[in-house]
Design a protein around this ligand. Structure first.
Ligand code: FES
Ligand SMILES: [Fe+2]
Length: 321
């Protein structure tokens, strides 16, 4: 067990890595939530997320092997299954099973592997409210930031900075709402003001005013929808430790109908949206780096969205790993 002090984080679905990074037969060590976890593909090929150390004598299981979907400890070869349960203790005649590993619910979506911080999810993996039927998505882009996790998240609901940093003018006060204790929504319209290269691309598609909906689940799962195009940008993040965070950004929409050409055009559009989304966030990266989040001086109108987000954040149940 790690002796490092661990912070608590909201119970939610967190992205860990790309699907393609988790190879069959190879355990992977991942640094998140001020600690490390082990990932492997179980007998169904699905991801399993478990605690790092073998309960027998504390060996690092990421140095073990995955054989027929079972995680095998490198030391005395105890094996563990898809729920972290101990399956075999070699060398004993009696039917003895040792203690299991701590395991976390995991899913594979949009080319990424997510885990739920908690034993039993308080809410299902979020659905995209404006995607009906099959979804199309582009491969996510990943960014590692030297940023305290909360600074990164508060940024998403800071509508005030859209004018200062992103050259967007908010036309009317945001409308806030919520569908569950784990969800927060903000809807607003913004005007594209200055022609940076990504503004030009946005305007190329005939967009002057963007109607946006932010749907946030668990504090870290942010779906940004353009109401007109129904395109969504998904930004999901995970804390690595108290000072470092990682986020993934991807574009998701309704799968195009009508053949190969439409499909190809949609792929290109989603890829472009993903790159433009990342370019849009570029100025934030420097600002949130090593930021000390302090929300005591917020203005009730100007910072309304952040204030609501803060309330929401405080109300979310928290867990340590
Ligand atoms: S330390 Fe893992 S089986 Fe002994
Ligand atoms: Fe921003």
């Amino acid at each position: 067990m790690s002796l490092k002090k661990k912070s608590s984080y909201p119970e939610s679905w967190y992205p860990l890595c790309y699907s393609k990074e988790l190879k069959k037969g190879v355990p992977q060590l991942i640094e998140v939530f001020d600690d490390k976890l082990v990932l492997f593909r179980n007998e169904d090929g699905a991801p399993t997320v478990v605690s790092r150390f073998c309960p027998h004598m504390g060996t690092d299981l990421s140095k073990g092997a995955v054989i027929d979907g079972e995680l095998r400890c490198p030391f005395h070869h105890r094996t563990y299954g898809k729920k972290g349960e101990c399956l075999k203790v070699p060398g004993l005649n009696e039917d003895f099973k040792g203690p299991g590993l701590k395991s976390y619910p995991a899913v594979e979506k949009f080319g990424l592997i997510f885990m739920y911080l908690g034993q039993r999810p308080l809410f299902d993996f979020p659905v995209f409210p404006r995607v009906k039927g099959e979804a199309a998505f582009s491969m996510a882009l990943r960014k590692n930031l030297k940023t305290p996790y909360s600074s990164l998240l508060f940024n998403g609901f800071d509508t005030h900075h859209l004018t200062c940093i992103h050259n967007r003018e908010i036309i009317a006060p945001p409308i806030m709402g919520s569908d569950s204790p784990y969800h927060l929504r903000a809807s607003f319209s913004m005007k594209v003001l200055v022609e940076r290269f990504y503004d030009i691309a946005v305007k190329f598609f005939g967009v002057r005013v963007v109607d946006v909906v932010l749907d946030c689940w668990g504090g870290n799962f942010l779906i940004i929808t353009n109401k007109k195009t129904k395109d969504n940008i998904l930004i999901t993040s995970v804390p690595r430790d108290t000072q470092n965070s990682t986020f993934f950004l991807t574009a998701v929409t309704n799968k195009a109908e009508g053949g190969l050409l439409n499909d190809l055009f949609q792929r290109l559009r989603l890829k472009l949206t993903t790159y433009l989304g990342m370019a849009f966030l570029k100025p934030d990266e420097v600002i949130v780096e090593e930021m000390e989040p302090d929300l005591r001086s917020l203005h009730p109108q100007q910072d309304l969205c952040v204030l609501k987000f803060w309330e929401f954040w405080r109300s979310l149940p928290k867990k340590t790993l």
